[in-house]
Design a protein. Structure first.
Lengths: 354, 224
């Protein structure tokens, strides 16, 4: 007999649950050791409340009417609900405040892509701690968490959401062309970016900078070769690096083109990569203006990990297989901050779901 | 060190195959077996896997290949259709210039049957292998259309009266002309593109940048 469940959802049976619990227990211990208190919020919120944040691609996808006709939405992340909690339940509390969560979030999917509608996220939010200290703390908790889980080959890509807009402003890109350039970059389409630059009549050095800077990624040395217009963002990244302990700092890959597909990020942004998975395991960044939209203006930073993706990456590392492990040569001895290829020769495994 | 720096590349069989293999040879890759054995799919020695062009983004997105070559038509067809919906999560790094063709709207020669359908019936029927590109084009130009997805020869649909128009790729226009069809609108020019997995783009940055550098330093003629 067939009793289907919606595509992108699934049942988790005891064997898998045991493994997932081991991961979340390890994460929880690290979060708590760093002073982050676990909270729960409702999966359903008023749509009008969630809509205060600019979620871009990750906006809530499922809505229902309640008995009085109000529109409710299933949350698509935990950052926005926690911003609401801070503005209401902690309206008079002294910052900084530290929260962690383990919660299911709900996203829209494209059919037949194996994308989840319901995903378990684990993460922290650090409210009231500005850059660079707050960002450095968040990255430290992130790396300690992944270490505790036993993930070995992960790297953290670190960029700044304000870098490209600042670059456009200082190079005097016409206002009406900026959205198009930013969209091409968000789509990871460098060919489109080149065309958009030509269409906007931008040429010469300005065009080269706008095309080359977002493709720069590597170790701390890449910060040295940054052009003057990106100076502020570069100093911001260097300030973060200076605050990181060596074990965390050596995980960082600077990525000057990094853009997260959520609109509320304002400064440093980061993503977690592992060679055993073809897509990021999680990410986060600064959202210094989000709390203000809920009436309590505080700088904030946080990250979320996809627990299922983390599980897949761990399993891949254990088997010595995984998307990018197969057939890859050892790269990176050069210390340029790229690639920690691992040995592996078994067939490739496609990663993403979680 | 091989020219591909240990990277895995998804190479499309079909129309883009010859030019792509030419390009890899120009970089110094030993492509002899790749050329001679069209049943084999995995060429581990040279880091190449082969597949149909429309599968390339799937394998690259999943990380089964670090890089891939596919047509812009494939990327457009698999791109996000509306804000809030995720497209393929791959980097588009380079316009390789070859495989140039045009996505067109075509209908039977003579008075345009599509115009007549629009005027009298309010909707035109369009057959295509690219339903999303076709639907987007019709929306953007403010016309109502019924999209009929076909897998085989699209030219057959208007000739048999199933539809009034087609949206399809054409390089020379020969097939269209032979079937008494004329191009009514050019929608977009498509060429081969180099795409990259987003995680490989970070973890294998030096290898990928070096590969790009090698490609860019080839004589311009190589890149169409």
């Amino acid at each position: 007999m067939s009793h289907p469940i919606p595509s992108g959802t699934r049942d988790v049976l005891p064997e898998e649950t045991r493994e997932v619990r081991a991961i979340t227990d390890a994460l929880r211990r690290v979060f708590e050791r760093h002073g982050y208190g676990e909270i729960y919020t409702p999966a359903l919120e008023y749509e009008s409340v969630l809509a205060r944040a600019d979620m871009a691609e990750a906006k809530p996808a499922y809505r229902v009417f309640d008995e009085s006709g109000a529109v409710l939405a299933l949350r698509s992340d935990m950052t926005v609900p926690i911003a609401r909690v801070v503005a209401t339940r902690y309206a008079a509390s002294e910052p900084p405040m530290r929260f962690c969560y383990f919660a299911h979030c709900y996203r829209g999917v494209r059919p037949q892509r194996g994308q989840p509608r319901e995903l378990l996220q684990a993460g922290i939010e650090l409210i009231g701690s500005p850059a660079p200290q707050g960002t450095a703390e968040s990255l430290t908790v992130l790396c300690h968490s992944l270490d505790a889980v036993g993930l070995k080959d992960y790297r953290v890509g670190l960029g700044d959401a304000s870098l490209f807009p600042a670059l456009m402003a200082s190079l005097q890109v016409p206002d009406d062309a900026r959205a198009g350039l930013l969209e091409a970059l968000a789509l990871r389409d460098f060919v489109g970016l080149e065309h958009a630059l030509a269409d906007a009549g931008i040429s010469g050095e300005a065009s080269e900078l706008l095309l080359e800077v977002p493709q720069v990624r590597g170790g701390p040395d890449v910060l040295a070769q940054m052009p003057a217009p990106a100076h502020d963002a570069m100093m911001g990244l260097r300030d973060i690096l200076d605050l990181l302990e060596p074990a965390v700092a050596e995980r960082v890959i600077f990525d000057l083109g990094l853009i997260r597909n959520i609109g509320y990020y304002t400064g440093a942004v980061f993503e977690v990569y592992d060679p055993a998975l073809g897509s990021p395991i999680g990410g986060g960044g600064r959202y210094d203006e989000l709390l203000g939209r809920f009436g309590r203006s505080l700088p904030a930073v946080g990250f979320a990990l996809g627990v299922d993706r983390l599980h897949i990456a761990l399993a891949g590392e254990e088997r010595g297989t995984g998307a990018l492990l197969a057939g890859s040569d050892e790269e990176s001895a050069s210390g340029d901050g790229t690639a920690r290829g691992a040995a592996g020769q078994t067939p490739v495994r496609s990663g993403p779901t979680g | 060190m091989s020219p591909t720096n240990g990277l895995t590349i998804a190479v499309p069989r079909g129309a883009l195959f010859e030019d792509t293999v030419e390009l890899l040879s120009a970089l110094g890759l030993d492509t002899q077996e790749l050329r001679s054995n069209d049943r084999k799919l995995l060429f581990e020695d040279i880091g190449v896997i082969t597949m149909r062009p429309s599968d390339v983004p799937t394998y690259v997105e999943a990380g089964a290949a670090d890089l891939g070559v596919t047509g812009k038509d494939v990327l457009l067809e698999q791109a996000a259709q509306s804000p809030g919906e995720g497209g393929r999560d791959v980097y588009e790094l380079l316009d390789l210039g070859y495989g140039r063709c045009t996505m067109v709207l075509a209908s039977k020669a003579g008075p345009d049957p599509a115009l007549e359908a629009l005027r009298r019936l309010g909707v035109m029927r369009v057959a295509t292998k690219y339903p999303r590109i076709a639907a987007r084009h019709m929306e953007e130009t403010g016309r109502q259309a019924e999209i009929v997805e076909v897998k085989g020869s699209v030219e057959l649909a208007p000739l048999t009266g199933v539809v009034e128009a087609i949206v399809d790729l054409t390089a020379t226009g020969t097939t269209l002309a032979e079937n008494n069809l004329v191009v009514r609108e050019e929608i977009v020019e498509c060429t081969a593109r180099l795409i990259a997995n987003p995680v490989a783009h970070k973890l294998k940055a030096a290898s990928i940048d070096d590969f790009l550098q090698q490609l860019r330093s080839l004589p311009a003629a190589r890149l169409g």
